[in-house]
Design a protein around this ligand. Structure first.
Ligand SMILES: Cc1cc2nc3c(=O)[nH]c(=O)nc-3n(C[C@H](O)[C@H](O)[C@H](O)COP(=O)(O)O)c2cc1C
Length: 394
């Protein structure tokens, strides 16, 4: 490529990130319907220049050229590492090699990770604490500790003069589309999906991070994935609901069925919940997108899990889903389980084991031998009504 598009997103602040249009999977787990971006930013003061975050493996050359279009890479003074994960930090050692006087700026924990992951020598690392500032001449960077968003070493960086917040993964979205928030129609869904996948397990820390971000009153939020927010209020409002764990009168139903018996049970439950005024989203685990499930877990009040018994336990897809429900720590209050079995069963007791350590109140777990009888259907309707009542209570 002869020349890259390197937008100046704010006075003397340049987006030097890269877009991974064709990536379809993240963390070997999460589908990416619109690819993703690895946002890195170059901040030029009249005395010093800082690079904030870097890019994923495979995009080093593009990053190098983009920086060089704005400022000689060898003259970079600081490389700020908000988060050590390789999608943002993999290219840091290369930049440090090309910019021999540059210092790596990161948290105390980040310093350890920079050595472990990237072999950055200790004498080239400048650890910073919450509230520390770094002078670039006519502009200043301020560092805000933001642990567990979503690794222990994470921090935000704030460019005070421009009022631009660089929160790394926090407020991010996986999409390669658009530069600014107004460019992507379904951005709030993508941001919610990202929140569910990455930030939901750390809602308490997220609440604190949100408060710290709001206190700064930034004019712009420049995350490490997805579009840059020219209007932070929109994402602030959304994060306020999501980190608080505000749920709706909504049930997420996830199931798998080999011979349709469990599916019939699940469908009767769906009809009952809907007729009781409950919003329902349904995923067949055979073809469901885990990211969609994570997104709907963000504000669902109840989960219904349907699985047949397979070899004495849950169907492996249902076990995977139940484990996700457990580890993503959604704000679910209620649950119900539906299962068909052939002879001895076993799926329901395994499900109760998996979800036993969560705060989800299991309203009912119903097992049926073979296909549903009329009598069984009546019991599912009863269970559905009871679950709907709980959901309406709040
Ligand atoms: C591969 C396989 C393994 C099974 N293992 C068990 C089992 O260990 N215990 C049991 O009670 N039923 C077992 N079954 C029977 C199913 O649980 C039963 O057919 C059930 O009705 C299937 O529900 P579905 O129609 O929702 O797939 C197994 C069935 C299959 C196909």
């Amino acid at each position: 490529m002869d020349s890259y598009f390197v937008p100046e997103i704010s006075d003397n602040v340049y987006w030097v990130g890269t877009k991974d249009w064709n990536r379809r999977m993240f963390d070997a787990l999460i589908p990416l319907p619109q690819g993703t971006s690895y946002n890195a930013y170059l901040v030029k003061g009249d005395e010093k220049t800082a690079l904030i975050d870097s890019v994923n493996p495979g995009f080093e050359k593009e990053l190098e050229q983009k920086i060089n279009q704005i400022h000689k890479i060898k003259d970079i003074d600081y490389v700020v590492m908000n988060h050590a994960e390789p999608d943002h930090s993999y290219s840091i050692p290369l930049i440090m090699e090309m910019a021999p006087d540059a210092m790596l700026v990161t948290t105390e924990k980040g310093a350890g990770m920079a050595q472990t992951y990237y072999n950055i020598p200790q004498d080239r690392i400048m650890p910073v604490k919450d509230g520390d500032t770094l002078n670039l001449g006519n502009r200043k960077l301020k560092f805000i500790s933001a642990p567990w968003l979503h690794w222990p070493e994470t921090m935000f960086t704030y460019l005070e003069e421009n009022k631009v917040l660089f929160p790394c993964d926090f407020f991010g979205a996986h999409t390669a589309f658009g530069i600014y928030d107004g460019d992507v129609d379904d951005l709030m869904s993508l941001a919610k999906r990202y929140f569910g996948e990455i930030m939901m397990p750390f809602r308490k820390m997220g609440k604190k991070g949100l408060e710290k971000a709001q206190e700064l009153s930034p004019a712009m939020i420049a995350p490490s994935h997805g579009p840059i927010y020219k209007n932070p209020e929109r994402i602030f409002k959304a994060y306020s609901d999501w980190t608080a764990g505000n749920t709706r009168e909504k049930a997420i139903v996830v199931y798998v069925s080999m011979w349709q018996s469990t599916q019939d049970m699940v469908m009767q439950m769906v009809e009952t919940l809907q007729s009781e005024g409950i919003e329902v989203c349904l995923y067949n685990l055979e073809n469901a997108d885990i990211g969609d499930i994570a997104m709907d877990l963000v504000d669902s009040r109840a989960v219904v899990l349907g699985t047949p018994t397979v070899l004495g336990g849950m169907h492996p897809l249902a076990l995977h889903a139940a484990n996700l429900v457990k580890t993503l720590r959604p704000p679910l209050k209620y649950g119900a389980a539906l299962s068909s079995y052939g002879w001895g069963g076993g799926a329901l007791s395994q499900l109760q084991d998996v979800l036993g350590s969560t705060k989800i109140e299991l309203v009912g777990a119903m097992g049926v031998k073979g296909p549903c009888t009329k009598d069984d259907t009546g019991k599912i309707i009863e269970l559905g009504r009871e679950l709907a009542g709980k959901i309406r209570e709040g």
